[in-house]
Design a protein around this ligand. Structure first.
Ligand code: MG
Length: 300
C-alpha cells in the first residue's frame, strides 16, 4: 500500500503522473456527478433537482413547491431523506391522500418504470403510507428524466467511457453503486452503446430487507460485491471506488476499507486528514493512464 500513500500525497500536490493503480482488480463508481452530470438540466429541459420539484407537484399539487422550499430545496438528499423532511414539514396536510389520487391517475406508468420486484410494492396500505408515497415520488421523479436521455444528456464525465473501455480491456470488472435507478442508468449506457455495468441502485434497496441503508453504510458494498456473483472474497486493497462526494462516497470506501478516488474536476482539495487510500482526480483520462501503467507494471 506504500505506493497508494505516496500517490495520494503527490496527487494533492498536482503530480498526477504518479497516480498508482497497481493491483486494482475491481472498480466501483457512484453515478450522479461522477459518471455523468445529471444535475445540469438539458437545454430547455429538467435536471434531477427540477424533476424532484415536478414530482412533488405531481404528488401534492400546489403544496409541492412550497414544501420543497420550506425544507431548503433539493440538496442532494436521498429520496427517503427528502420525503421524510416533506412529511415532517407537511404533517398537517393530507399528503398521503393527495399522493393516492396521483397514483390512481397514473397507475399504468407508475407500475412499469421500476423493474418488477424492486422498490416498494404499489399496493396501498393504510399503515404503510410513507413507503408507498416515497415509492410514488421516486417513480414520478424518474419520468421526465428517463424521457430526456440522449447522447447529449446527461453529459458523461470526460474520458469516462474510455476508462470503462480500458477496464474491459484489462478484464477488470466494473459496477455502479448509486441511490439512482436501474432504468435511468440502463438507458444512459444504451444510448452510448456501452454494455450496462453491474448495478446496485436505490431500486435494489428500497423495499428490500436492507431498506433505508445509504452511503456510507458498508453494507452497500457487501451487496454490491454480491452482484458480481463471486464465490471468493476479494481483498479490499485491490478494489477502487470512485465518487464525487467525500462524505458519502469517500465514507463508503473508508468504511469498506477500499481505495477511494474523489472525482473533483473543478476543485483541488488540500485536506491532509484523508485516509492514505484516498486520492483525487480531475479527469478520467488520469485514471486510464494510471490503470495502463499499473497493469504494465504488474505484467513485468
Ligand atoms: Mg454523486
Amino acid at each position: 500500500m506504500a505506493g497508494v500513500r505516496e500517490c495520494s500525497l503527490a496527487v494533492r500536490e498536482g503530480a498526477m503522473s504518479v497516480l498508482d493503480l497497481t493491483g486494482v482488480s475491481l472498480v466501483g463508481a457512484d453515478f450522479d456527478m461522477t459518471v455523468a452530470d445529471s444535475f445540469t438540466p438539458p437545454p430547455g429541459g429538467v435536471g434531477v433537482p427540477q424533476a424532484c420539484e415536478h414530482a412533488l407537484e405531481a404528488l401534492f399539487g400546489e403544496h409541492g413547491k412550497p414544501l420543497l422550499e420550506k425544507i431548503g430545496g433539493f440538496v442532494n438528499q436521498s429520496p427517503g431523506e427528502l420525503m421524510q423532511a416533506i412529511f415532517t414539514m407537511g404533517m398537517k396536510l393530507p399528503l398521503a391522500a393527495m399522493a393516492r389520487n396521483y397514483f390512481e391517475r397514473e397507475a399504468d406508468y407508475l407500475r412499469e418504470c421500476v423493474p418488477i420486484g424492486k422498490g416498494h410494492p404499489l399496493v396501498w396500505e393504510e399503515n404503510n403510507q410513507f413507503n408507498i408515497v416515497l415509492e410514488l415520488f421516486v417513480r414520478a421523479k424518474l419520468r421526465p428524466l428517463v424521457a430526456q436521455i440522449s447522447k447529449t444528456w446527461p453529459v458523461p464525465s470526460p474520458g469516462f467511457f474510455e476508462f470503462v473501455q480500458s477496464l474491459r480491456g484489462f478484464g477488470i470488472p466494473f459496477g455502479i453503486i448509486t441511490a439512482g435507478h436501474d432504468v435511468f442508468i440502463q438507458n444512459f449506457f444504451a444510448v452510448h452503446e456501452v454494455e450496462v455495468p453491474v448495478l446496485l441502485t436505490g431500486d435494489d434497496i428500497r423495499g428490500s430487507k436492507h431498506d433505508g441503508i445509504e452511503k456510507p453504510d458498508a453494507k452497500l458494498f457487501e451487496l454490491f460485491l454480491e452482484k458480481f456473483g463471486w464465490m471468493q472474497p476479494i481483498a479490499a486493497s485491490s478494489i477502487l471506488y470512485l465518487g464525487d462526494d467525500i462524505n458519502r462516497d469517500g465514507g463508503l470506501a473508508h468504511n469498506t476499507g477500499v481505495r477511494f478516488g474523489l472525482y473533483s474536476p473543478f476543485t483541488v482539495y488540500s485536506e491532509r486528514n484523508w485516509s492514505p487510500r484516498t486520492f483525487q482526480f480531475g479527469h478520467f483520462s488520469d485514471l486510464t493512464h494510471a490503470l495502463r501503467a499499473g497493469q504494465m507494471q504488474a505484467a513485468e
